[in-house]
Write a protein that binds this ligand. Sequence first.
Ligand code: SF4
Length: 281
Amino acid sequence: MNYFPIQYHEPLFRPPSEGRSIIIQVTLGCSWNKCSFCEMYTSKQFKARKEEDIFEDIEALLPYADQVRKIFLADGDPLVLSTNKLLSILNKLTNSFPRIQRISAYASPTNLLNKTESELIQLKNAGLNLLYIGLESGDDTVLDFINKGADHKQMIEALNKSQNAGLNSSVMIINGVGGKQYSKQHAINSAKLINAIQPKYLSTLVLHPYKGMDYLKSRIDVDFEELNQIELIEETKLFIENLELNETIYRSDHASNHLILKGVIPRDKEKFLQQINSILS
Ligand code: SF4
């Protein structure tokens, strides 16, 4: 019988690495919902779910409590909730699932800026371990026209704060999001951003507008010419060349990627560049 005890509010998204996690929706949609390339939650009105409804979902899973190891909090930006509400949810989760190893969530740089380091430490101590943060670009021109809501400097402040609090980061950069015009500065400034924050995990996705490129172009205020496959790979090469990392796990294995790279930077940086050069030649 195909029975799952929780009824989700669709659409529901999770990072690829949360494929074996239990998903608990603590908010519906994204409180920002304005990034021009993102259609994930445009069909949903943002809402913070009531604590009693969230607890009901958690209690529905109690018969399986011994099997629960990883939990992903959805939807788009659970850290918009007050710290007190998040602490109450995290306490309920850790008390309900004694074998839990990881609790993770999406977070936006703006959510992190709005919390103090001491609030983030409280969340970490209550069981939150990992945040997935879509940085998209490190270039201020690109961040402005995609309407990300935070600039390069604010992103460094947000990520350093959460990492100082002990929260691990898995950050995402979008290959091709600057179009042809801003490709080089997008690659170089994104690498500078990543170097400044030294995340535990880094992934690159390829720009893939769900409603098509024409719709995306209608939502941004610059002439946007999309990159072809070779140009996307050249942009990735420039990005990787400029990375100076101590130890970051890097993946470009999302469904949108044509070029699959997986490894640790710096250890595998030269190998990645050789792979890219051989494709380009
Ligand atoms: S913050 Fe994230 S989920 Fe919200 S609109 Fe931007 S990319 Fe989409």
